[in-house]
Design a protein around this ligand. Structure first.
Ligand code: ACO
Length: 397
């Protein structure tokens, strides 16, 4: 039997820190209100050159480093994000290119704040089914780019960052033991980015009404989250064949400290078994759980053999949970590190070379095909157009 073990982890956070006091200079709020209602003290905000892809790439490199693997050894890359680099191409394809992961498939996954746990489940299933050996699962966000900085009810909540894990097939039991994925689309409008999709393209009117920024019914989302967090945890614990007392660490989505505390009470899990870093980063949506996992592993809160339960919830509405037995990272080879760095530099050069080659091909071969070279139809003047062709066959009948 194949098991999907987490063998590497990493995180990337923008340098710039925005404190509650900084926010109080922008909107009518206060450090006391934000701390008391949410538990957030500060968050990270992406700089002009930081994007969802750059953060995802940095977190992925760190995770591969812990796993002692190169991009070349990855079979599948899944980026969970609500703030992709573009609608298409996928952010995952940009990550694949930067890592030189030339044997990997790559796609983005959209399930808002539940996205990382959804992606972890997809990645583990690909390993268990035998279609992949090594999967890179990333949660990455630049929510600061879609926040309305004049709406105090939302702008105080969110932050930017990325986290990543490497899943790898092993024969011995452990790794992702059970997952649970759920959705309730009747609550779609409770947390929504109204404009920028097929229903409402971005127009000057949409921009004027700030419809390209996050709209949230905070109270309803709060009620939903408080209801499902402990329920989903309980269900996945049962699915894994564990009981709540056996859980060593509970890693919930970091949206609001009050929601986390009430779920811990309902589950009868003491707060020292609950990982919280919301005070430092705010709500980083799909990135919050992998960032928390990377910090928990780095600080010794997660050790090999530990049972960890993670629960994500958010827009959709969606929620998802996973029960994971934590694994040993692969042996760390310092020598391998130099090779991996060299591999990334070569990947960059190769990517540039491919772009150049495409450009040259276009100049040479494009001119041989009139359809490609000047946009005119390649249909010879004397060949009937499709419309005319169908008329001709009609007439024949
Ligand atoms: N500073 C000061 N006052 C504020 C602020 C602020 N930043 N924001 C709202 N208020 C005011 C409101 O205007 C309201 O004033 P009023 O009573 O005069 O109308 C008052 O504070 C209370 O507002 P509530 O919305 O009732 O405040 P609540 O205690 O519910 O806290 C919060 C609001 C923090 C947003 C809470 O509802 C919450 O955390 N909801 C869940 C949000 C969440 O988790 N979202 C993410 C889900 S995951 C994802 O997919 C992105």
């Amino acid at each position: 039997m194949r098991y999907a073990h987490i063998v590497g982890w990493g995180k990337a956070l923008p340098q710039r820190i925005m404190t509650n006091d900084d926010l109080a200079r922008i909107v009518d709020t206060s450090d006391a209100w934000i701390r008391e209602r949410t538990g957030i003290v500060e968050r990270r905000i992406a700089g002009p050159h930081e994007t969802t892809a750059t953060l995802a790439i940095a977190a992925a490199k760190e995770a591969l480093e812990v796993a002692g693997l190169s991009g070349h050894q990855v079979d599948l890359i899944i980026v969970a994000t609500a703030t992709p680099e573009h609608i298409f191409p996928s952010t995952a394809s940009l990550v694949q290119d930067a890592l030189g992961a030339d044997h990997a498939g790559a796609f983005d996954l959209s399930a808002a704040c539940s996205g990382f746990v959804y992606a972890l489940s997809m990645g583990a299933d690909a390993i268990k089914a035998g279609s992949a050996e090594t999967v890179l699962v990333i949660g990455a966000e630049t929510l600061s780019r879609i926040v309305n900085w004049s709406d105090r009810s939302t702008c105080v909540l969110f932050g930017d960052g990325a986290g990543a894990v490497v899943l790898q097939a092993r024969e011995q039991p452990g790794g992702v033991m059970a997952t649970l994925l759920r959705s309730d689309g009747s609550g779609a409008e409770l947390l929504i980015l109204p404009a920028g999709g097929s229903k409402m393209p971005i127009t000057p009117e949409a921009l004027a009404q700030n419809l390209h920024t996050i709209k949230m019914n905070g109270r309803e989302v709060y009620r939903f989250a408080s209801r499902i967090l402990d329920r989903a945890a309980r269900e996945v614990i049962q699915k894994a064949g564990w009981n709540p007392e056996q859980v060593d660490l509970f890693v919930p989505h970091q949206a609001n400290l009050r929601i986390i505390e009430s779920a811990a009470r309902a589950l009868n899990i003491p707060m020292d078994k609950v990982f919280c870093n919301i005070q430092s980063y705010g709500n980083t949506s799909a990135a919050s759980i992998p960032i928390a996992l990377a910090e928990a592993a780095a600080t010794g809160r997660l050790r090999p053999g530990d049972r960890v339960v993670m629960v994500g919830f958010g827009g959709g509405l969606t929620w998802a949970a996973a029960a994971v037995q934590w694994s040993e990272p692969r042996a760390f080879h310092r020598k391998g590190r130099t090779w991996r760095q060299l591999g990334y530099s070569l990947a960059g050069l190769r990517s540039r070379a491919r772009r150049l080659l495409r450009h040259v091909e276009d100049r040479i071969f494009g001119s041989l095909d009139p359809a490609l070279s000047n946009g005119k139809s390649s249909t010879p003047a004397n060949r009937p157009r499709p419309q005319e062709q169908s008329t001709t066959s009609e007439q024949k009948r």
